[in-house]
Design a binder for this molecule. Structure first.
Ligand code: MN
Length: 195
């Protein structure tokens, strides 16, 4: 059976510094995400979910299969949606226009998204998604949940599990979220919006 694989990062492990350290990437991608991949591959045989996509598994499963598949899907969207730091980093193209039209400005959107990430209690993810009409939605999802469970298209996510920032920022989650805006790969996020 074809098993799930750990994604390769499209940047070096030290390329996100100083926003995210090489040590954090080493643990987060090399240990945490690898463990979710190993756990899902171990749980799939005989589960009825063999051969399904991560999105299908997340929409249809529960328990340990859901938790590990959800975390793989979430981390793939997170790690492939960031890039080395850019000064004055901003949304591009049709997504930039949609953000301005719906939230008033990029700054207003950033403030609302960061607030949702900062106030999520416990472990989880803050998301920007689009509905079937292209309307943008900011949401909090606990633990391994993903907006595909509500039929939404996930675009941008910040990981607010402590393992994403604790080595670099300790308890200062809001500082970490504020710094993450330098890393967003807006071309990739727009591609997801247009897909
Ligand atoms: Mn994580």
């Amino acid at each position: 059976m074809e098993s799930f694989k750990l994604i390769e990062l499209p940047y070096a492990a030290d390329a996100l510094q100083p926003v995210i350290s090489e040590t954090t990437i080493g643990f987060h991608h090399g240990k945490h995400l690898q463990t979710y991949v190993n756990n899902l591959n171990a749980a799939l045989p005989g589960s009825g979910f063999e051969g399904k996509s991560l999105e299908e598994i997340v929409r249809q499963s529960g328990g340990g299969i859901f938790n590990n598949a959800g975390q793989i899907l979430n981390h793939n969207l997170y790690f492939l949606g960031i890039q080395p730091p850019t000064a004055d980093n901003k949304p591009v193209g049709k997504l930039a226009s949609a953000i301005d039209a719906q939230f008033g400005s990029f700054d207003a959107f950033k403030q609302a998204f960061t607030q949702q990430g900062a106030t999520l209690f416990g472990s989880g993810w803050v998301w920007l998604s689009a509905d079937s009409e292209g309307r943008l939605i900011i949401s909090q999802e606990g633990n391994a949940h993903n907006p595909v469970e509500q039929g939404l298209k996930p675009l941008l996510t910040f990981d607010v599990w402590e393992h994403a920032y604790y080595l670099d920022y300790q308890n200062r989650r809001a500082d970490h979220l504020a710094a993450l805006w330098q890393l967003v790969n807006w071309k990739e996020i727009e591609n997801r919006f247009l897909a």
